[in-house]
Design a protein. Structure first.
Length: 119
């Protein structure tokens, strides 16, 4: 694994160039290849680390369709008895208050999911 120290790669390059001057020219290709392998390993490590970060962020920012569907079904099912009780005991104002509460729960869930995706 390559390190994350930015000076390490520069030091490796300086050492490779110095070794190139000291060694026989037939070793030049091997020196360059070894240096390029270190560069490739470092780039690969950085890309993998960024992909891992992106996957974690994506996992937490995805909408939750199962939760959204469940909440909407439960809201509709709860709306039936709420409407019945509210109409029986409080009339139109009770119905409006009951459904207002159901709408508020759904809106707060939708806003929390939107804020979660934004962060």
């Amino acid at each position: 694994m390559a390190t994350d120290d930015p000076d390490t790669l520069a030091a490796d390059l300086r050492a490779t160039v110095a070794a190139r001057h000291e060694l026989d020219p037939m070793y030049e290709a091997a020196l360059v290849e070894a240096f390029l392998e270190r560069v490739d390993a470092r780039v690969t490590d950085q890309v993998r680390a960024q992909v891992d970060v992106n996957r974690r962020q994506e996992r937490y920012s995805r909408p939750r369709p199962v939760l959204q569907f469940t909440l909407s079904v439960v809201s509709l099912l709860a709306g039936v008895p709420v409407t019945g009780f509210a109409a029986n005991y409080a009339g139109l104002s009770g119905i409006l208050a009951g459904w207002g509460g159901i709408v508020a729960v759904n809106l707060s869930f939708a806003w929390s999911q939107r804020r979660r995706r934004r962060d």
